[in-house]
Every structure is written in structure tokens, then in C-alpha cells.
Ligand binder design. Structure first.
Ligand code: CMP
Length: 143
């Protein structure tokens, strides 16, 4: 079964959106394989967002993601990566469809509430960056 990485960013945590967002993902049918509230270090932020290193907003992105706790998750389900991205919505909340997390809660691209892995490679990389193997649990949902 496919696994993906999602992270509620500091703006989502500050706005008390964790419960709502996790609820949407659980309702969809994903299994929560790992989850934790954590402070991202500058080193982890720079590694996670490595592909944006040359972008003009890189400094701002690192400052923002390290500005307060994030809620990191590993979710599992059929086609989890693409399905979770549909629920998350487009990167720029102004273009994200209503009904998506970013479409419902975000207004600016810098503070877009949540991050989701965009490919199998990123999912594997991001899961191993944020989670130790023993933090990812293998159990069955009853439904
Ligand atoms: P995310 O999915 O976490 O991946 C990279 C992030 O860079 C993206 O969400 C946005 O929050 C952020 N980002 C993209 N474009 C800009 C921009 N023009 N200004 C600030 N942040 C941006």
C-alpha cells in the first residue's frame, strides 16, 4: 500500500486546524501510519526544501517552516500520494478549489497551511527525513 508524507505548517497549527485537517484525511479513508507535533530545525528545513534552494523565496520558506511547531504525518492508502494532493489542493490557495484544504483555509502561497509529497520519490525521501522507522506503525483498520 502506498505511503505519503503530509505536514501541517506553522500557520495551520497556529490556527487550530490540526483536528479538522486530520479528520478530513481520516474520513477519506487513509490510515495514519505516523504522526507527531514537532519543531523543524533550520537544517531539516533546508534539506526538506532543497529543490527550492535557488528560488527567491527560499529564505522566507525556511524561516516560516521553522517559526513554530508543525504536525507531520505519514498516511497510507491506495494511490495515497495523488489522492492526498487532491485533498490538499493547488500550491497557491488562490487557485485551489473550494473543498480542498488550501482552497478552504489559505489565502497566500507562503502560508498555504499544509505540505504534501508530490511524487513517490519525494514521499520516500520526506518520510525518511521526518520519521524514524520505529515511528511508523503497521496495523490494520477495522473498516
Ligand atoms: P509546499 O508544498 O510546502 O512546497 C514548497 C513551498 O514553497 C510551497 O508549498 C509554498 O508554500 C512555498 N512557495 C511557493 N512559491 C512561493 C512564493 N512565490 N513565495 C513564497 N513561498 C512560496
Amino acid at each position: 500500500m502506498e505511503k505519503t508524507f503530509l505536514m501541517i505548517k506553522p500557520d495551520g497549527v497556529q490556527r487550530n486546524l490540526v483536528g479538522d485537517i486530520v479528520g478530513r484525511l481520516e474520513n477519506k479513508g487513509f490510515r495514519i501510519a505516523g504522526a507527531k507535533l514537532m519543531q523543524v530545525s533550520e537544517e531539516l528545513a533546508k534539506t526538506h526544501y532543497q529543490e527550492h534552494e535557488e528560488k527567491p523565496f527560499f529564505g522566507e520558506l525556511v524561516d516560516f517552516i521553522t517559526s513554530g511547531p508543525v504536525f507531520a504525518m505519514v498516511l497510507e492508502g491506495e494511490n495515497a500520494i495523488d489522492t492526498a494532493r487532491l485533498i490538499v489542493g493547488s500550491t497557491n490557495p488562490q487557485q485551489a478549489a473550494p473543498g480542498t484544504i488550501r482552497g478552504d483555509y489559505g489565502l497566500t502561497v507562503g502560508k498555504n497551511i499544509i505540505h504534501g509529497s508530490d511524487s513517490k520519490e519525494s514521499a520516500e525521501r520526506e518520510i525518511s527525513l521526518f520519521f524514524d522507522e520505529n515511528e511508523i506503525l503497521d496495523y490494520k483498520l477495522s473498516n
